[in-house]
Design a binder for this molecule. Structure first.
Ligand SMILES: [Zn+2]
Length: 101
């Protein structure tokens, strides 16, 4: 969700404007409705899917297309910048330093 909205992962929630939060919320609601219909969580926009861009589909055992999750060191689907990973309170963060600057 942070990738979809171009938000750096270290951004404190209180730094989001009301307008930005509303955009995230509306996007979440639409994605959740889609998830209920399809039985899967799909966060990659149609225009970035392998069948549209010609890139190879996700090839790990988890399945489903993702922008940054577990893609450290691989090129961003949107800009080609290498995806970055960092630890935050024992959790892994993944992000594109260009798209989420
Ligand atoms: Zn990017």
């Amino acid at each position: 969700m942070l990738f979809r909205h171009g938000i750096p992962p270290m951004t404190p929630g209180k730094a989001l404007t009301e307008e930005r939060w509303q955009a995230i919320w509306h996007d979440l609601v639409a994605l959740m409705r889609h998830g209920v219909r399809t039985g899967s969580i799909d966060t990659v926009r149609d225009e970035h899917l392998p069948e549209v861009t010609g890139r190879a589909p996700r090839d790990d055992r988890h399945g489903g297309e993702v922008y940054v999750y577990r893609r450290a060191g691989r090129p961003c689907h949107v800009c080609g910048t290498e995806i970055t990973r960092a630890d935050l309170v024992s959790r892994n963060l993944y992000w594109c330093p260009a798209c989420q600057a």
